[in-house]
Structures are given as structure tokens and as C-alpha cells.
Design a protein around this ligand. Structure first.
Ligand code: HEC
Length: 495
């Protein structure tokens, strides 16, 4: 923005000083804001609060930057009417302003309680991705290529068409996502007078937002076609011109390197020293990271340990990696927030101490499907035996006619890679998971015993699947998660 906007408008940037403040404030503050992605989740409260406070502070530099960009166009707005490059930039900078205002709002705990895990967040980031990053890139491409090939843009009309298509596309794309987000949040949290969830079946809610997903596809397609128009336009432009490999450029010779010149600002001096500048920037970035990350390693009370939490068995560990491989975390979270709407739907809320052996943890960030953290807990309406999971993985629509979960039938054909088990155990040991010394060598015996037991149980239900198949490991994992601190009805009967 700071390079191409002034170039395209043929104006100096409105305020050089403001750009300096924008830069340093952004890189210093942004790192602190990280925990705003994990509000009401299993990280220490102080970190969540820091995330909120710094996110709110970010409004100041972000909006300073946006205003700096827009004011760079002062006296050049007549050009915006004619020049597609400037049109792209104006919408880009406006989208930057919108998303950097919305971001801090989403960092407020009360708003985050509604927005998180829904499509609202997805809408928010796409205002940034399609509007700010995408449109700025398009503007840069339209500005650069004619200059690189010493010619005029092939078609200004086509570029204008791209601009309007893209703008419309962003609206088509994001409005349905906001609508879907609010719909999801309201339906997830709706209770009736008797105090029961109005929509206990997660699929009811998913079905409700299907039309919004269709609209999103329309918007995305429009955006994509617009980008194709640009590629065509640029290809034609390149063909008409010839590449300028070398451009004569002149600059006054740099006065002798070294100390500050008289009358020079400190920042100008810094800008002439790239290495020093980089070191200072890294320090500014690291401060927030150090303050927020280091204490969670050093101060034990930040993550209260729970004695009943045990490491995964080797089979469950393999299953966890299949869960990661298949991308289940894209649709499922494993993080129950401490709201009644969530504990009613999913069970006991998540504790930080439950995840200490999860490397990497699978908290997820979006719920296209239900949360799975208490999936293994077999009480009440959550009760699902191994056979249910087997049938569900083979064909979700067989278990829930309107399910949109994909089939994973190949998991009944693919074999568990038992050769990797010892290495996986050793990696976990390195990360502090307390498997006994030498366990890596015998882990596969335990794996086989547990897998045989599950396969035998399935056989008793009339399901024939060999115990060395991946679906067995995945079932073991799914039936394990979230059970460490909640006693299974089944287990207590056995005891
Ligand atoms: C495209 C999104 C999507 C993906 C990817 C996905 N799921 Fe699902 N999942 C859903 C939806 C929607 C439901 C609810 C409907 C149903 O039960 O089929 C669901 C339901 C479930 C349930 C039942 C939850 C319950 O208690 O009702 C389990 C278990 C599950 N998924 C596991 C997985 C695993 C394991 C994977 C990866 C192999 C996976 N899912 C991948 C969307 C997805």
C-alpha cells in the first residue's frame, strides 16, 4: 500500500510519520493479540485478557494506516473514477479498515462467545483475504505489468469489469457467511422453557445453513472468474509490449556511510541500516511472544495437571495421526467451552490439563460437524458403540440421512503403519509424554492386543474387518478422547 498507492495516484504518502507509527505499532502489538483466537478455551485467563486488550489497541494503528492510505488520494479522487488500479486500492484499503475494526470486536469475550467456531469468523477473514490482500494484489498487477512491458493495459474496460465483478463477489461471498454464522450461533444456544436445547440435533443446524454455502460458492466463482479475466488481460498486455529488462535509474550517491547526518531523523538513519533495522524489528516482535509463551512453559500452575489423564495407547496414537491425516479437524473441534449451551450438547467442558499429552492438540477452529471432545464418553444420548462409528465412517448418510460428513470407506482397506509405532512413541517421549523407558520396543504388542479386541467386538456385531486396518485405530482414538476425567458408564459397570 505504501509503495503502490502513492505511485498509482502520483502523490506522496499523506503522512510519513504516521506510516512509521503504523509499522512499529503493528509489529509490536499484533503478537500479543494471538490468544484472541482461543478465548474461553484451555489457556490461562491472563493470556486471554492480554489478547483482548492488545486486540483493542490494534484499532489505533490499523485505522491510522487506513486513513493514511485514503488521505494519500486527497486531490486525486477524480483519478479513482477512471483508473481501475486506484479503484482496486480504494476498496482494498476500505476492506482493511473494516476487518481491522471487526477483529478487535471479535476479540471481546462476549462477542467471541457467539462468533467462535461459526462461519462468522470465516466471513471476517475473507473480507481481509479477498478484499484487502486480493484487491491490493490485483491493483499491483494492473499497475506493474504495463510498466514492465512498456505498453498500455490491453483493456481498461475489462479491468473495470473485473473490479465490479470482484466487489460483487466479495459481497456474495461474505454476507451469506455472516448470516450463516449468526444462524449457527443462535441455534446452538437456543433453549426452550423447559431448559432443553431446542436444536439438539447438530444436523438440523447444518441443514439450515446449506443455502448460505451455495451463495458462497456463487461469490467464490465470480471472484475466480474475475481473476481469470485479469490473467487474460495481462497476457494480452504482455504480448503487445516488450519486456524492459534494464531501466536506467539514477540516485544521488549515498554520502559516506556511518553516523547520523545533521538534521536527519532517527528513523531515516535506521532505514539506511537494514541489519540494525531488522534486529530492532525482531526485538519488537519477540517481546509479546516471550511474555505470553514463556510463562506457560515455566509456571506449572498455568496448566493444572489432572492425575487421571494418561498418555494415549499406541493404537490410539496411530488413530490420532489418521485423524490428522484425513483432516477431520477441519470440520470438528475438540474443545468444549464452559457455556451451558455447550455442556448440555457435548458434556463436561474441556480442562487445560486434559490436553497435556496431545502433541499436537486437535482443538480445531470451526464446527461444520459437532465437537468431538467427549465423543468417547458413553452416557445418555451420546452413547455410540464401536459398530456405530464403523458404520458411520463407512457411510455417514446411512447413520444420518442428511449428513454432510464425507465417507471414509478406504480406512477399512488401508493398513495401520505399525512400523512407525516405535518412532512415534519415542517422539512423544521427547516431548515429555511419560511412556516407560523402552516402551517403544513393545508398543506394537499392546497395539495389536487392543486392535484384536476391537475387531472381535465388531465381529460379534456382524462386522467383518481385520484388526490391522486404519479404521480400527481411528475407532480406538475416537472412543478414547475426553474419557480421562469423565467416568464411562460402561467402565464403572465393569469395575
Ligand atoms: C465436511 C466436514 C466433516 C469432515 C471432514 C468430517 N466430519 Fe465428522 N461429522 C460432520 C458432520 C456434519 C457430522 C454430523 C452428522 C453425522 O453424524 O454424520 C459429523 C459427525 C461425526 C461424528 C459423530 C458425532 C456425534 O456424536 O454425533 C464423529 C465421531 C465424526 N464425525 C468423526 C469424524 C472423523 C474421525 C473424521 C475424519 C476421518 C470426520 N468426522 C470428518 C462433518 C465432518
Amino acid at each position: 500500500m505504501y509503495y503502490f498507492m502513492p505511485k498509482a495516484a502520483n502523490r506522496p504518502v499523506y503522512s510519513y510519520k504516521l506510516s512509521i507509527i503504523h509499522f512499529w505499532a503493528l509489529i509490536f502489538l499484533y503478537i500479543w493479540a494471538g490468544p484472541h483466537h482461543l478465548l474461553y478455551q484451555s489457556i490461562p485467563n491472563w493470556a486471554q485478557s492480554l489478547g483482548t486488550v492488545f486486540s483493542i489497541m490494534l484499532i489505533a494503528p490499523s485505522w491510522g494506516g487506513m486513513i493514511n492510505g485514503l488521505l494519500t488520494l486527497r486531490g486525486a479522487w477524480d483519478k479513482v473514477r477512471e483508473d481501475p488500479v486506484l479503484k482496486f486500492f480504494v476498496v482494498a484499503v476500505t476492506a482493511y479498515g473494516m476487518s481491522t475494526f471487526e477483529g478487535p470486536m471479535l476479540s471481546l469475550k462476549s462477542i467471541n462467545a457467539i462468533s467462535h467456531f461459526t462461519n462468522w469468523t470465516v466471513g471476517h477473514v475473507h473480507i481481509g483475504a479477498l478484499g484487502w490482500n486480493g484487491f491490493l494484489t490485483f491493483g499491483m498487477v494492473y499497475w506493474l505489468f504495463p510498466r514492465m512491458f512498456n505498453t498500455k493495459l490491453y483493456s481498461v474496460k475489462l479491468a473495470n469489469l473485473h473490479f465490479w465483478m470482484g466487489t460483487l463477489a466479495i459481497l456474495f461471498y461474505s454476507i451469506p457467511l455472516y448470516w450463516a454464522g449468526w444462524t449457527e450461533a443462535s441455534m446452538w444456544k437456543q433453549f426452550n422453557e423447559a431448559g432443553d436445547l431446542v436444536y439438539p440435533n447438530f444436523l438440523q443446524i447444518v441443514s439450515q445453513i446449506m443455502p448460505m454455502y451455495v451463495m458462497r460458492v456463487v461469490g467464490g466463482t465470480l471472484y475466480f472468474i474475475g481473476a481469470l479475466l485479469m490473467i487474460f488481460n495481462i497476457a494480452k498486455t504482455v504480448k503487445a509490449g516488450s519486456f524492459v529488462a534494464m531501466e536506467a535509474a539514477e540516485a544521488p550517491a549515498l554520502a559516506k556511510e556511518g553516523g547520523m547526518k545533521s538534521g536527519e531523523s532517527i528513523h531515516r538513519f535506521l532505514e539506511r541500516k537494514p541489519v540494525r533495522f531488522m534486529i530492532l524489528a525482531i526485538i519488537a516482535i519477540l517481546i509479546g511472544g516471550i511474555v505470553e509463551i514463556v510463562p506457560t512453559y515455566l509456571i506449572k500452575s498455568n496448566i493444572p495437571t489432572i492425575s487421571s489423564v494418561k498418555p494415549y495407547t499406541p493404537l490410539e496414537l496411530q488413530g490420532r495421526d489418521i485423524y490428522v491425516k484425513e483432516g477431520c479437524y477441519n470440520c470438528h473441534s475438540q474443545m468444549i467451552r464452559p457455556f451451558r449451551s455447550e455442556t448440555e450438547r457435548y458434556g463436561e467442558y474441556s480442562k487445560a490439563g486434559e490436553y497435556v499429552y496431545d502433541h499436537p492438540f486437535q482443538w480445531g477452529s470451526k464446527r461444520t460437524g459437532p465437537d468431538l471432545w467427549r465423543e468417547g464418553v458413553k452416557t445418555g444420548r451420546n452413547y455410540k458403540p464401536d459398530s456405530w462409528h464403523y458404520n458411520h465412517f463407512m457411510d455417514p448418510q446411512k447413520m444420518n440421512a442428511t449428513s454432510i460428513m464425507p465417507k471414509y470407506s478406504w480406512l477399512a482397506d488401508l493398513e495401520i503403519d505399525t512400523e512407525s509405532t516405535p518412532r512415534k512413541i519415542r517422539v512423544m517421549q521427547t516431548l515429555g509424554v511419560p511412556y516407560p523407558e523402552g516402551y517403544d520396543l513393545v508398543a506394537n504388542d499392546d497395539l495389536k492386543a487392543q486392535a484384536d479386541k476391537i475387531a472381535a467386538g465388531l465381529k460379534a456385531q456382524g462386522i467383518d474387518v481385520e484388526s490391522n486396518k486404519q479404521v480400527i485405530a481411528l475407532i480406538a482414538y475416537i472412543q478414547r478422547i475426553g474419557t480421562d476425567i469423565v467416568v464411562n458408564a460402561e467402565d464403572s459397570e465393569n469395575k
